[in-house]
Design a protein around this ligand. Structure first.
Ligand code: ADP
Ligand code: ZN
Length: 709
């Protein structure tokens, strides 16, 4: 089997021009009938790896997935791409199941999604034996392992596949699998000499940011306020806080809902449905939310609290930007969260408590990192990104170091004089000379360093003390109400004059100011792009509502963005948009091209219909451009623009009355060397002035409308 067929199918069904890294290799391995284990991050593009073989090989592919709630949308997503897909699970009535089985048997289905229960159920194997199969795909394959966090007992019964169907290759796919789980998958599925594919876990389209967790609500309101209509998720630690936050955001006029395991089933699916269909913008959720959703246009994820470990964090932020378009992630970090999580973990006495505490520690280190955050993340997953990413807060605002010896000496000497008996809060109060009763009662105001740190605000002190702790100068005695202790390093600073390097924490305000200064002003073109994107998004929503499907199934945000930039107005141009396959072009192409034409008509040309009508009358009287210009007392250039605008409005204008065919061909040839959006001036220069601006204008509009070259 040859990969050209795979590439053609990728374009025809999915509208994509290239495979992502590893997809082609995996498909080739499946063509070679190898058993494969595929590890790819969420949004990495696992599905294509079995969907392409399914549609290019003879026979059908059976996909096993535990996510029953997703199957309907997954199948719908394939059908709008012109792929014959169906699903079988307990949500169907027995008549419906019968129907699907009949279709499957008569070879009318290329991809059949089944739940693990269905696969292992009585009577299903004989059915499978009667059909020619080309592949088994085991999605969420980590569910097979008791080590994993989503263990499904039915998954372990799939051993029989290799025995019953020795000639049918199996591909097992997952986004989370440590070495142990990997081995388990291979053993349990009885893979002999499997091909193992580990894709990069990098998701460069996700920006990474960590902010101190002060005044979170205000920060969140500002954040979502600046991103109207962008769907996003806010993860909170407790059920209660999801409810509170959603209520507060709604009070502030945002469109938010909460989601947690304590809600009734109906409430949960309602919230989920609302989000998937772009009717609810913001979901405040516990980590219970996300596993069952496939929404590709989540544009941001906020962590209101620190997650317990990096695996969870990465999976949660990974739910944004699955379409490959830009998405933003923001983590609020406070030391209070770390203490709280630590208490929870130590409290529940589980057997792998130590591992969990160590994982929390890694999470904390990530949040406090002064190095590129993506490098820290990928490092955690055993990958080395040998350059800074440029898309995290550290890369955008590198920390500024300064000599912090004085500050450190004040703090350490206070700790020393307070006999290592106070926690962070009280230490800062003493340093800042607070008048709290506790301080006077304990006579802390009599120590020498009392009030010596008055010049710094409380939050700054907290930040610097956190740094000193991370650098190993201070220790927090968790077993003694979190009081601060000195270490050998701080002794060296106090008594041996060792120097301390700290980095300056830009305040939120300063950070925003630098970012504002760096941000380029929005150009006219960008603004109009955004407007058009918004119109296309509205259109997508309308069509989705009519069909009762989630909007992202019609086109992804990434496709809409590309349409807004390239403004395709004919089939040829439309096919070039990533994500526009043959079937979608057929189903939706006209709607979107029409919207683009409308937009272009009213925005790039602000001629009123009255003005154009007159020019059109002269045109019909067969006047030349020069003659019309004379009649109307306008320039020839304006008249040619009128004619273009008339074409865009659907009037039948024969440009070959004004430009010869060879000339037009020269213009169309010239644009092959230029980037969109084409400028008349560049074409003029490329043709060394041999064809006039007016003619170029007409030939260009003709090209845009018909796609001729
Ligand atoms: P996963 O199952 O790994 O989470 P998906 O298979 O759902 O990821 O793919 C994520 C998104 O990436 C989907 O919108 C999919 O259409 C898109 N995608 C997959 N492969 C490609 C490709 N080769 N080119 C462009 N987009 C792709
Ligand atoms: Zn970075």
């Amino acid at each position: 089997m040859n990969l050209d067929l795979a590439r053609n199918a990728l374009k025809k069904y999915f509208g994509y021009d290239h495979f992502r890294p590893m997809q082609a290799e995996i498909i080739q391995a499946i063509y070679d009938k190898k058993n494969c284990l595929v590890l790819m991050p969420t949004g990495g593009g696992k599905s294509i790896c079995f969907q392409i073989p399914a549609v290019t090989l003879e026979g059908a592919c059976v996909v096993v997935s535990p996510l029953i709630s997703l199957m309907k949308d997954q199948v719908e997503g394939l059908r709008v791409n012109g792929i014959r897909a169906s699903f079988l699970n307990s949500s169907l009535s027995s008549e419906e199941q019968q129907q699907v089985e009949n279709d499957f048997f008569s070879g009318e289905i290329d991809l059949l999604y089944v739940s693990p229960e269905k696969l292992v159920s009585q009577g299903f194997i004989p059915l499978l034996k009667r059909v020619k199969l080309n592949l088994f795909a085991i999605d969420e394959a980590h569910c097979i392992s008791a080590w994993g966090h989503d263990f499904r007992p039915e998954y372990t019964k799939m051993k029989f596949l290799k025995k019953e169907f020795p000639d049918v290759p199996i591909v097992a796919l997952t986004a989370t699998a440590d070495k142990l789980t990997r081995r388990d998958i291979i053993n349990q599925l009885h893979f002999q000499q499997p091909e193992i594919f580990v894709a990069s876990f990098d998701r460069p389209n996700l920006s990474l940011e960590v902010r101190p967790g002060q005044r979170r609500l205000e920060q969140i309101k500002k954040f979502v306020g600046q991103r109207p209509d962008q769907p996003g998720i806010i993860y909170c630690l407790s059920r209660k806080s999801t409810e509170n936050l959603a209520a507060k955001l709604n009070d502030a006029g945002f469109n938010a809902a909460c989601y947690h395991a304590g809600l009734r089933d109906t409430e949960r699916s309602e919230v989920q449905e609302g989000f998937i269909k772009d009717n609810v913008n913001i979901i405040c959720a516990t980590i219970a939310f996300g596993m069952g959703i496939d929404k590709s246009n989540v544009r941001w994820v906020i962590h209101y609290n620190l997650p317990k470990n990096i695996e969870g964090y990465y999976q949660e932020i990974g739910r944004s930007g699955r379409d490959g378009a830009r998405a933003e992630t923001l983590l609020f970090y406070s030391f209070g969260d770390v203490s709280l999580l630590r208490d929870i973990l130590t409290g529940n006495n589980s057997e792998n408590q130590e591992i969990q505490l160590a994982k929390l520690e890694r999470m904390r280190q990530y949040a406090e990192s002064l190095a590129c955050r993506r490098r820290v993340l990928l490092n955690y997953f055993g990958e080395d990104l040998n350059k800074n990413c440029g898309n995290c807060d550290i890369c955008k605002n590198p920390p500024q170091y300064f000599d912090g010896t004085m500050l450190a000496q004040k703090a350490f000497s206070a700790v020393y004089r307070l006999r290592e008996q106070v926690g962070v809060g009280l230490l800062i109060d003493v340093l800042r000379g607070s008048g709290k009763r506790e301080i006077f009662e304990k006579k802390y105001h009599e120590i020498k360093t009392y009030g010596q740190g008055r010049d710094l605000p409380f939050v700054d002190w907290r930040h610097y003390i956190a740094q000193m702790t991370n650098l190993g100068y201070l220790e927090i005695a968790h077993d003694q109400k979190n009081v601060l202790k000195l270490t050998p390093a701080s002794h060296r600073v106090l008594f041996k004059n060792e120097k301390v390097q700290l980095f300056k924490m830009a305040t939120l305000k300063e950070r925003q100011q630098t970012e504002k200064a760096k941000a380029k002003p929005v150009t006219h073109r960008q603004r109009s792009r955004n407007e058009l994107f918004e119109e296309l998004r509205q259109l997508r929503k309308k069509l989705a509502q009519q069909k009762g499907v989630p909007p992202y199934i019609i086109f992804s945000d990434a496709s809409l963005e590309e349409m807004a930039v390239n403004q395709p107005m004919n089939d040829v141009a439309m096919r070039k948009i990533s994500g526009v396959g043959e079937r979608k072009l057929q189903l939706y192409g006209d709607f979107f091209m029409e919207a683009i034409r409308e937009y272009v008509k009213f925005n790039t040309n602000s001629f009123s219909s009255d003005i154009l009508d007159i020019t059109y009358e002269f045109y019909r009287e067969k006047l030349s451009i020069a003659e019309i210009a004379r009649e109307r007392n306008l320039t020839e250039s304006i008249i040619s623009k009128h004619l273009s605008a008339l074409m865009l409005r659907g009037k039948d204008i024969d440009i070959f009355r004004f430009i010869s065919e060879p000339e037009a061909k020269q213009v169309w040839k010239a644009i092959r060397y230029l980037d969109k959006p084409y400028k008349v001036k560049s074409i003029y220069e490329l043709l060394k002035g041999s064809i006039s601006y007016d003619k170029i204008h007409l030939a260009l509009t003709y090209h845009e409308l018909t796609g001729v070259k």
